[in-house]
Design a protein around this ligand. Structure first.
Ligand SMILES: Cc1cc2nc3c(=O)[nH]c(=O)nc-3n(C[C@H](O)[C@H](O)[C@H](O)COP(=O)(O)OP(=O)(O)OC[C@H]3O[C@@H](n4cnc5c(N)ncnc54)[C@H](O)[C@@H]3O)c2cc1C
Length: 442
């Protein structure tokens, strides 16, 4: 069954779905509007709707299903069922908040209004923008025509994530390619995680000597932070995975099963292209800010919501905040980062609404990337995207592959995500760190 049909059927059969199915009686003015009901938007709206009272907060979210995207890597690697990754949006939006089941089409910060996809307007006193980042499959020539077919898949989309495992299982010999684009993306570790899981699968099937595993990244390093880059280079080497730096995927020819890369950097071949035949191709698409944000007055030159990197308050409009993947925060875009950001944002915004304090809580750039390397192995990168310094929760060296780190990521964090993060009570591991790593080692 097609992923989208399956999700629609499951979501429509939710007992709570009818609660929010109509928006006809919706008020048109709110104390707070949150644009986006993803990981970041719900972490904020759940707490603030409780604090501000029923129907003072609206969540604008077009999707009927909420996806826990970090689980997509496990689905692509055949370690989790796709069914575990989503829930009806009606079940995860706080009952205190009003879910507006539409997309935001325009933000007018001078008049405090958001225009919805159907043309109607809603107004706000305060606005939080948490709409995520757009996947740009059309940014690679030929990709849209072939993704989901011809051995081409992507863990980045709920539409194609199940194809990853399906196509990996079909591989018998040849090249398996895994790509990372040059644009900012969410979870910059996910493009390589699936290469390790594929390597393990090929070994289990006894075909690893017939399959070449190639990781192609447009960037000049395997990971941004040296400590974890060293660890991942060692893992790749020990597994005979070829790491190709400065290779940007620009074209896919599905019929011929050929991927073309443009060589970046300053090497002698920079600017040239290289075509590689493949049996399996995992694409991480380029990503970009949504147009409705990019074209608005709240965006910076790159199209992200222009906020103070410490307080998360907009640099020009004091009643607007942003967090998560759509924000200008110069850190790695992850749900882990969004959790830490949500605590700061909520404190600053509540203080402002209550008139008790100017925004004074500060976000330090904390982010985390659990680099799964096998069924019970994982390198748990935790660091500040602002300083590049590791910021590990546990006393052991998290750059080493650990079964505990795997369990934490595959079993504990998904529960924390549904039961705590979306309810606004998970602010990241800083309180655990005090006990689990009291000396601040690593
Ligand atoms: C394969 C993969 C693996 C990942 N692994 C990890 C991991 O291991 N650890 C980790 O911490 N993070 C991981 N992430 C990243 C993480 O999922 C994101 O960084 C996180 O979801 C960001 O939260 P967000 O709310 O900013 O964006 P999202 O969760 O993407 O939510 C954005 C929401 O905005 C909605 N929206 C879009 N357009 C509009 C509009 N016009 N109007 C209103 N709403 C709109 C969307 O429907 C969506 O619900 C992974 C992501 C992927 C894809």
């Amino acid at each position: 069954m097609l992923a989208s049909k399956f999700v629609a059927k499951t979501v429509a059969s939710s007992r709570c779905w009818t609660r929010f199915a109509s928006t006809s009686a919706a008020p048109s003015s709110y104390k707070l509007i949150v644009v986006g009901g993803g990981a970041a938007g719900l972490a904020v709206s759940s707490t603030l709707s409780e604090k501000l009272g029923k129907d003072e907060v609206a969540v604008i979210e077009p999707s009927a299903a909420h996806y826990q995207q970090p689980l997509f890597t496990f689905v692509g690697g055949g370690l989790k069922d796709f069914k575990e990754t989503f829930r009806p949006t009606a079940d995860v939006v706080s009952p205190e908040a009003h879910w507006i089941n539409q997309a935001a089409a325009e933000i007018d910060p001078d008049n405090n209004t958001v225009t919805l996809a159907d043309g109607s307007k809603v107004s706000y006193e305060y606005l939080v923008v948490a709409a995520g980042i757009e996947l740009d499959f059309s940014g690679i020539k030929g990709l849209q025509e072939t993704i989901g077919k011809n051995g081409v898949a992507s863990n980045y989309s709920p539409k194609y994530v199940q194809k990853t495992y399906e196509f990996l299982q079909n591989v018998k010999e040849g090249n398996a390619l895994f790509t990372m684009p040059a644009t900012p993306i969410k979870c910059a570790g996910a493009p390589q995680k699936i290469a390790y899981l594929a390597d393990e699968l090929f070994r289990e099937k006894g075909i690893r000597d017939k399959v070449t595993v190639n990781y192609y990244t447009a960037l000049g390093k395997i990971f941004a932070v040296d400590k974890y880059a060293d660890a991942m280079n060692a893992v790749a080497k020990s597994r005979n995975i070829n790491v190709n730096l400065f290779h940007d995927l620009v074209e896919v020819d599905g019929a011929a099963k050929k991927a073309t890369f443009k060589l970046l950097g300053t090497g002698p071949k920079a600017g040239e292209t290289l075509s590689v035949p493949y049996e399996f191709l995992h694409v991480t698409p380029p990503m970009k800010p949504f147009d409705f944000i990019k074209k608005s007055k709240i965006a910076n030159a790159a199209g992200f919501v222009d906020v103070n990197q410490h307080t998360l308050q907009h640099n020009k409009y004091a009643n607007i905040y942003s967090l998560g993947d759509c924000s200008s925060l110069p850190t790695s875009k992850t749900a882990a980062a969004a959790a830490a950001q949500s605590a700061v944002l909520k404190q600053n915004l509540l203080n402002q609404i209550r008139g008790t304090d100017a925004p004074s809580a500060e976000y330090n750039g904390y982010t985390s990337c659990p680099l799964v390397t096998g069924k019970h192995k994982l390198v748990l990168a935790e660091f500040s995207g602002y300083t590049g310094a590791p910021h590990e929760t546990f006393f052991f060296n998290q750059a080493n592959e650990h079964a505990f780190s795997y369990w934490l990521t595959a079993e504990a964090l998904p529960e924390i995500y549904w039961k705590s993060m979306l309810k606004g009570t998970w602010n990241g591991p800083s309180s655990i760190r005090k006990f689990a790593n009291p000396t601040g080692a690593n």
